[in-house]
Design a protein. Sequence first.
Length: 74
Amino acid sequence: MINELDTVVLTVDLPESHLETGDIGTVVFVHKKNAGYEVEFVSFTGKTLAVLSLLPAQIRRVKELEIPHMRMVA
């Protein structure tokens, strides 16, 4: 189960938002019965890049031995 303030990983590319599979976000709101999530994606300096409504299939929880990777956003 994914809860508010959990760190999640995007499982699909969202080119209209300049986001790619593997980008990391934070759940800021869980819709009733986990029907969807509001997820905020920020730069490492804290600038909000996007806040999106996503379906459960579009995100997953972070795994224990994963490490973040840097990339520039267009």
